[in-house]
Ligand binder design. Structure first.
Ligand code: WQD
Length: 343
């Protein structure tokens, strides 16, 4: 006999990671309430989730910065857990418009936490980022690697939000928090019904690659090949978005099944394997049989030469491990791009 699982509120659930996580939670047997204000996503993302699941989901268009609207969601739904994705995420834009980032990312987060406290909803899962490690002295980074001063307001909002969560878990009886530090999420669901939908010119590497392969961009710029790395291009830890979604399910299981060892826990969510920009581009071309014209240009301001995860804690404590083969991930990214172009 299976026991009924808790209900989970997913804020920012129409976004790239939110959609994949909603699918993974529903497939794992959780009831899901999804909210999004569509500020950086489209209603079609929710339709994609519903097509994959073969049924409607409980979705409400709500802005998490609107506390009274958010209160209505707390009034109507009896969830124990919130996964808070709703945030702006463009590093460069955060440098030119810091107040926009602090206002949106912190006010929405405070609203969620204050209402969780008021309505006695105990578990919060926060989307953090490997950006908190900055340019680490020792690689790979563990959860105990000291954080560095943030190099962008976006990164700073992640650090501040982690600290707020730590303090709440310390102060409020029964309050539990997990921060997942994502490395570089890439790829799309195998159905090609959901994926990343960047607006305008993509900032991130893989959407730029897929748009170049599709002929929308003339060529990819590889930002620097004079780093102190094996081929001179930056090293990152590219984590498949479906694997990343499953890490959220493992974290929700851990919170709702009372398995946490402390009120606040942090996990790195990566593969543990670094890949260079050049390697990634070459593997994308080989896996998909397509050409991606590129040029080497100057370094991009703020890029760290290398960062990848030590995943020991995620593997052994969270009980989660990245599984999808990188070539499958890169094929899914291309399949998604072709799907988007065919609409
Ligand atoms: C990866 C590598 C670039 C584009 C950022 C955030 C992080 C997370 C993910 C967000 C780097 C190189 C890129 C291009 C290139 N959060 N590159 N040409 O900077 O590692 O991480 O995104 O939502 O918090 O900081 O990811 O995909 O931008 O870059 O050569 O056109 O690809 O220099 O080495 P990054 P990215």
């Amino acid at each position: 006999m299976s026991t009924k699982k808790d209900t989970v509120l997913v804020s920012g659930g129409a976004g790239y990671i939110g959609t994949h996580t909603t699918v993974a939670l529903a497939e794992a047997g959780y009831d899901v309430v999804v909210i999004d204000n569509f500020s950086n996503s489209e209603p079609s993302a929710i339709e994609g989730v519903e097509k994959i699941l073969g049924r409607k989901i409980c979705f409400k268009q709500v802005d998490t910065c609107d506390k009274e609207a958010l209160r209505g969601v707390f009034e109507r739904h009896d969830f124990s857990t919130v996964i808070h994705f709703a945030a702006y995420k463009a590093v460069g834009e955060s440098v030119s418009e810091p107040l926009k980032y602090y206002q949106n990312n912190l006010v929405s987060y405070m609203n969620v936490l204050e209402l969780m406290k008021e309505y006695k909803r105990p578990n919060v899962l926060f989307s953090s980022s490997a950006t908190v490690y900055g340019n680490a002295d020792v690689l790979p980074v563990t959860e105990k690697t000291p954080r560095q001063d943030a190099t962008s307001p976006y990164g700073n909002t992640k650090q501040i939000a982690e600290d707020i969560l730590r303090d709440c878990c310390h102060a409020y009886e029964g309050f539990h928090g997990i921060a997942l530090r994502y490395f570089n999420p890439i790829g799309a669901h195998p159905s090609s019904l959901i994926g990343e939908l960047p607006r305008g010119v993509p900032n991130n590497l893989v959407p730029f690659i897929t748009q170049t392969a599709a002929g929308i961009r003339e060529r990819l710029s590889i930002f620097g090949n004079d780093y102190d790395t094996p081929d001179g291009t930056c090293l990152r830890d590219y984590i498949d978005v479906v694997d990343l979604a499953k890490a959220h399910v493992a974290a929700v299981d851990r919170m709702t099944e009372g398995k946490m060892e402390a009120g606040y826990e942090i996990f790195n969510v990566g593969t543990g394997t670094p890949l260079s920009v050049l390697e990634l581009v070459n593997r994308f071309m080989a896996a998909n049989g397509v050409n991606v014209p590129y040029v080497i240009t100057d370094r991009r301001d703020g890029d760290v030469p290398a960062v990848w995860a030590d995943t020991t804690t995620a593997n052994n404590v969270l009980g989660w491990k990245a599984e999808r083969d990188i070539d499958d991930t890169l094929r899914s990214a291309w399949a998604w791009e072709k799907h988007v172009r065919s609409l």
